[in-house]
Design a protein around this ligand. Sequence first.
Ligand code: ADP
Length: 486
Amino acid sequence: MRVLMVAPEAVPFAKTGGLADVAGALPKALKNMGVDVALVMPKYRDVDEERFSLRETGITIKVPIAGGSKKATVLKGKIEGNIPVYFIRNDKYYDRKELYGTAHGDYPDNAERFVFFSRAVLELSKAIDFKADIIHCNDWQTALIPVYIKTLYRDDPFFSETATVLTVHNLGYQGLFWHFDMHLTGLGWDLFTPEGIEFFGKINFLKGGLIFSDIITTVSKGYSREIQTEELGHGLEGVLAQRKNVLYGIVNGIDYDEWDPATDTYITANYSPEDIKGKAICKSELQRLYSLPVKKDIPLIAMISRLAGQKGFDLIEGAIDELMAMDLQMIFLGTGDRKYQELLEEIGSKYPKKAGVKIGYDVALAHKIEAGADIFLMPSRYEPCGLNQLYSLKYGTIPVVRATGGLDDTIKNFNPKTGNGNGFKFMDYSSDALLKGVSKAIELYKDKRRWKKIMQSAMACDFSWEHSAKEYVKIYNKALTKVGSN
Ligand code: ADP
């Protein structure tokens, strides 16, 4: 089976969120199962040609856009396991400081940038003669590809045996653009209807993908159900409910080559379930890094997060004074919306002895936090999968999460009687519920014997990619049965 994985970002080349982790790791797991897989992404400024030993392929492709065409060149690199990675280069579109936009908002030409990318992917597969059984698209930036396959490329024999799978990593980001951008897409106005890619007068890239892909997946079973409801469907619940027969949830795996306290090169002392001593060293190092009093027995609660409405910072705002009245320390690492940044900075200056705040994107620090914290807090309003709670489990850092989406699927409440469970969940989206969840964890933390027990069951959880990759292969096989059927 041949799979072309198409992603707007991928680890280790460029990353803004969990999608990059998936796009970097899933191909490796597929390859291990015998799948012939290649990855395509844009060549952003962040993608370091020297560090990743990228080479010019000499291929130039003519990409149709806005009734004319523009050129792209192609660089090639690889990820572990000898998986080829193709980079679409057009410096006007991708040689920028950020991937999608700055603190002032999205880049105004994002429609053009990702129409170009989507069409370039199809032209590239022809140029390198990579006849994919499956084109696996990820999020709105790539969601027009299934639309193209079923419209402009419908009669192209090169794609006659190709099925498309679209994975939705976050339904909150849809690629919405004003109707004047239709001319960029090359698609006919007959598609600009509520049954097609129109969404309340705008073009909706993701909606196009949801309608035209052979199979839709999202990154947990829980989220696949939730997005069919008005509460979490972001206006697309009707489309998703219509396509529920081809909608599947597959939880993300995590890459234990990157995230394992026994081998992690970012952390001060390695440790494992058999010998956990190193974790205490990581904790004191972390307290020092955040200029907090270095104390062994105080529970240290951490959050690493994009600072976005989805992540529950309004609950933190409502609970912070009560949290800070408890015997605990809190640390934050994040970047994003200015209002949450200001909120965290305010917390840091109001409670300098109990709360530490670092604004920024820092992979090394993220590892140190996973290793050094006792408790990891994720009070998300919604969470398609969530990766940090999975990393936390591996590092024996106990998740306290709101029961939504992937958080609900992967975290099981600890039962002090049986000793089963790997964390704590709260249901209501409220500061009170958050406080109760944290209090339960703090109570258990005082009981050293039981805390050890929960750490052991957390560290024993296995969320490796192997299992999820098998699920994807099943889905690919299902998608193949649909080729040419509509
Ligand atoms: P999302 O994709 O919604 O941002 P996930 O939990 O699925 O949330 O994935 C977030 C990923 O980004 C994790 O790998 C996390 O460690 C990382 N991350 C988020 N914010 C930061 C940050 N400020 N510094 C370093 N890593 C971060």
